[in-house]
Design a protein around this ligand. Structure first.
Ligand SMILES: NC(=O)c1ccc[n+]([C@@H]2O[C@H](COP(=O)([O-])OP(=O)(O)OC[C@H]3O[C@@H](n4cnc5c(N)ncnc54)[C@H](O)[C@@H]3O)[C@@H](O)[C@H]2O)c1
Length: 298
């Protein structure tokens, strides 16, 4: 596969990341994009979000005309049928919920329906790509592309290479990432959390442990990290923004399978707050709210 042969992008999952990825490939890459989710309401919510962001950050600021926005929106099609998405895509990124069983099923279905040379990528935050590879009959064409949130702003994409991926697949994936304005960093598929999340996770866990011990509020821990280490956002604030608490809770079993109990285990505070509905994500309650509503008084 050559970069020039990639004309159509498929995105599985129209949640926070899937919708932003669809926007990136249509807006920056100029690609035709098909996006899927488990029902049409979720697909339409994702597409509506793209429309809103293009309006707010581009049209309203005079950076894009209404016609340009319409043409980007016209390049994005929604479906609930993964087979249909697969048939019409040259490069597919899976951005469904962080759960290995669901991801494996998606990869099986993509593999069964996509053209033989279509590349299948996953946006997983931490799960082994090799297990997704093994759910397909195209092990040389499965790779990881881990984008960061918010996609439009963050330059990093980690390109994760399982042992069976071909040099051709890796090369064209790196070229594609550059074409949509990202800076790829390579990572072998033997690291839970790849590069950035593995290092960040160790620090985040200490921040959460301090909140659990009532050493300080998450707001003050973040203030210390911002003023003391020049972080643009504190770790607690960042996970409130990205919905990382919910992702961490939903992938705990897969992480434990991968690295055993100690490093895979969700912190008890993250378990408690996500069970109580404080999962984070845009406009949703996370650790700041859990501290104010519950923990500071409990
Ligand atoms: N949120 C982040 O900051 C972030 C950053 C980098 C990577 N990721 C990763 O990206 C992926 C998606 O995360 P998100 O934050 O967008 O989650 P999300 O919960 O916002 O969206 C996931 C979407 O996947 C859909 N889905 C579930 N099963 C599906 C299926 N069988 N077919 C199609 N869609 C299905 C859900 O209905 C949901 O809309 C995860 O693997 C996550 O670890 C997330």
């Amino acid at each position: 596969m050559e970069l020039g042969n990639i004309k159509r992008i498929g995105i599985v999952g129209a949640g926070a990341m899937g919708a932003q990825l669809a926007q990136l490939f249509a807006q920056v890459g100029g690609y035709q994009v098909t996006i899927s989710d488990i029902n049409m309401e979720l697909v339409n919510n994702g597409i509506k979000g793209i429309d809103g962001r293009l309006q707010k950050y581009f049209v309203d600021k005079g950076k894009m005309t209404a016609d340009q926005k319409s043409s980007i929106m016209g390049a994005i099609k929604g479906t609930t049928i993964i087979a249909e998405l697969a048939k019409n895509s040259d490069f597919i990124i899976e951005a469904a919920i962080e759960n290995m069983d669901i991801k494996k099923k998606i990869f099986q279905e993509l593999d069964a329906n996509a053209p033989a040379d279509t590349i299948l990528a996953s946006n997983t935050s931490a799960l082994p790509i090799t297990l997704m590879t093994m759910a397909t009959k195209r092990p040389d064409k499965v790779i990881g592309t881990h984008f960061m949130n918010p996609v439009a702003v963050m330059k990093l994409v980690e390109v994760i290479t399982p042992p069976m991926v071909s040099d051709d697949t890796t090369k064209v994936t790196v070229e594609l990432m550059k074409k949509v304005g990202k800076e790829p960093v390579m990572c072998k598929d033997i690291s839970l959390g790849f590069l950035a999340n593995r290092a960040y996770g160790a620090m985040l866990n200490e921040a959460v442990q301090m909140v659990w011990e009532r050493v300080a509020s998450p707001q003050d821990i973040d203030k210390a990290m911002k003023l003391g280490y020049n972080f643009p956002m504190g770790p607690c604030e960042l996970f409130d923004f990205t919905g990382g608490w919910g992702i961490s809770a939903s992938s705990e079993a897969d992480r434990i399978k991968e690295v055993g109990d100690a490093r895979g285990r969700c912190h008890p505070l993250v378990k408690l707050m996500t069970r109580a509905g404080y999962c984070g994500g845009l406009g949703k309650k996370g650790i700041y709210a859990f501290w104010d509503d519950v923990l500071s008084k409990w």
